[in-house]
Structures are given as structure tokens and as C-alpha cells.
Design a protein around this ligand. Structure first.
Ligand SMILES: [Fe+2]
Length: 299
């Protein structure tokens, strides 16, 4: 895990694409206790014509073990939206005793499928006696000079088709870490404005999908403004959606070039943790084909 020097915040990515799974789960250790953001993990059932490779199943269970362990120590849990790679309806069964405070994305202003999944999770929280809190668009004081800012609802991407998400920004003394959740951006003015508003020192960012390595031009122009207008930004941890594409090196190079021009270090979630990037979904077909070649003639 990367230590942030004198920072009162320690962040560890629990699950994400560079750790071989679909997720953007993190634990943030603060002087007020541990906050776990989006404790869930998923795999694409079919990609490049193949089911998950055995390595992906291993990565899935390893990620889930890390999440379960983090939840045992959690005093706070935040759910940024209701897609399967960010929350699970049976999460309350995994919570410790006494359970953590649970901050949920408001379900009213999102799409129909997210609303239905939210209702399921809320029902299970209530069954365990946990009153969910809906802090969207506000700041919550956790004590010990720690607060968490929850953004107003932001589009999951460029359009409302996939519903909305809530970003999570943690502040301890003068140190700020922002997890964008699935904005798949910035690709809209509101995405950029919300990030600039919180002005993080460390930004965990989910950029847009980039099929064939081609990233929308809008993203680069908003990132140029982000780098220029955030002089305190030190590190951008880039992960999630676009790391599912085998051609990711194409946009990574272009973005890294812009980041370093502003003195910002760019890395994957795995690299932030101090481990190697392992892109399993992006390499699914390749891995299955290698496996089939190895076992040829054995049947
Ligand atoms: Fe996601």
C-alpha cells in the first residue's frame, strides 16, 4: 500500500480492473475509523466470446476476501450507485457487530433498474436494524477532523441512460482524496465542476470506455482543464471501465503525457497498492486460447 507520507488518510484499493476484476472498491483509513466505498466485485459473464478465465475466478475470490476483511473493520460504508460491481443486496449479512453507518446514493433520481436494486438493499439494511443515510450533495462530519463530501447526482457517463452516481470525497485536516465512482469521465461540465469543487490531492478516476483504445476528445479537453485548475493534485489513480479494453495503452500514453506535463503522477489502482497491474478481462480471449493450445491433444 502506498503511504502518503504525513497524510492522515490511507487508501487501499480493494478491487478494480487492474487487480483483475470489475469493481472500484476502496478502503480509506482515517483518524475517525475505516470507510469502505463500494464493497462489491463482479466479472463479465461473457467477453470476447469467452466466459471468465480461471485466473479471473481466482482474482474474484481474492478481491472478495479483501472486501470482507475490510468490512469487518468498517465504521462507515458508502455506496455510490446500484450497479452489481458496486453493491450487493446481501451486504448487510457481511457487516460486523455493531454495524457501520451506511451512506447510500439517493435512489429517486436514477434509472429504473438501479431503483429496484436500491430497494432490495435498503430492505435488507432495515432487516438488520441499520437505518440507511442519504447524504447526496452534503458533507458529513465523522469527528476527529474528518469529513466526507458526497457529490450531487452525476450522470454515469455522458447521458442519463445508465442512471446517476455520487462521488465520495474524504477530507482529514487539510488532506483530500476523491473517488469519482463511475462518472466515466469527466465528459460533462458538471463532472469537471464537481471534481474542481472538492479539489483533491489524490484523485481516483473512472474515465470513459475507450473501445479500440479510442478515448472521446471531450475527455481529454476536460482533463486538460482539470490538470490546469488543480495545482494541488499530486496523483491520479486511473482505473475501472476503460481498463477492460486490450488497446488501453493508446489512451493511457496520451493521458499520462498530459498528467506529467502538470507534475501529476498517474498510476493504476494496483500500482497505487504497490502491486503489478493484472488486466484479466482485457486479456480473456488471449488467456483462453493459450490454455487451449496447452491442453491440445489431451482430450
Ligand atoms: Fe462500475
Amino acid at each position: 500500500m502506498r503511504s502518503e507520507g504525513e497524510s492522515p488518510l490511507r487508501v487501499r484499493v480493494l478491487a478494480c480492473e487492474s487487480l483483475g476484476v470489475r469493481a472500484f472498491a476502496a478502503r480509506v483509513d482515517t483518524p475517525a475509523g475505516t470507510l469502505v466505498v463500494d464493497p462489491a466485485v463482479a466479472l463479465a459473464p461473457r467477453r470476447q466470446g469467452f466466459p471468465p478465465a480461471p485466473e479471473e475466478l481466482q482474482a474474484f475470490y481474492a478481491a472478495w476476501d479483501r472486501i470482507r476483511e475490510a468490512l469487518q473493520e468498517a465504521r462507515f460504508v458508502a455506496i455510490t450507485h446500484y450497479h452489481h460491481d458496486h453493491q450487493l443486496p446481501y451486504l448487510p449479512d457481511v457487516f460486523p457487530d455493531p454495524p457501520p453507518r451506511v451512506f447510500l446514493k439517493s435512489p429517486e433520481d436514477t434509472n429504473r433498474s438501479q431503483k429496484a436494486r436500491a430497494a432490495f438493499l435498503i430492505e435488507n439494511l432495515r432487516k438488520r436494524g441499520i437505518p440507511p443515510e442519504f447524504p447526496q450533495g452534503t458533507q458529513v462530519d465523522l469527528g476527529q477532523e474528518v469529513s466526507v463530501w458526497f457529490s450531487p447526482p452525476l450522470f454515469h457517463g455522458a447521458t442519463p441512460r445508465l442512471g446517476t452516481v455520487m462521488m465520495v470525497g474524504v477530507r482529514a485536516k487539510n488532506r483530500r482524496v476523491l473517488i469519482t465512482s463511475d462518472i466515466q469521465g469527466p465528459v460533462r461540465e458538471e463532472h469537471l465542476e464537481a471534481i474542481l469543487h472538492f479539489a483533491p490531492h489524490v484523485l481516483f478516476l473512472d474515465p470513459p470506455m475507450a473501445p479500440g483504445g479510442k478515448m472521446p476528445e471531450e475527455f481529454f479537453s476536460l482533463m486538460n482543464r482539470l490538470f490546469a485548475e488543480l495545482p494541488l493534485l499530486e496523483v491520479v489513480v486511473v482505473d475501472h471501465h476503460p481498463l477492460r479494453d486490450p488497446q488501453m495503452a493508446r489512451w493511457w500514453k496520451a493521458l499520462n503525457h498530459r498528467a506529467s506535463a502538470h507534475g501529476v503522477r498517474m498510476m493504476t489502482g494496483a500500482e497505487w497498492n504497490g502491486t503489478d497491474t493484472t488486466l484479466l478481462e482485457a486479456q480473456r480471449a488471449e488467456r483462453w486460447k493459450a490454455r487451449m493450445r496447452e491442453t491440445e491433444g489431451w482430450g
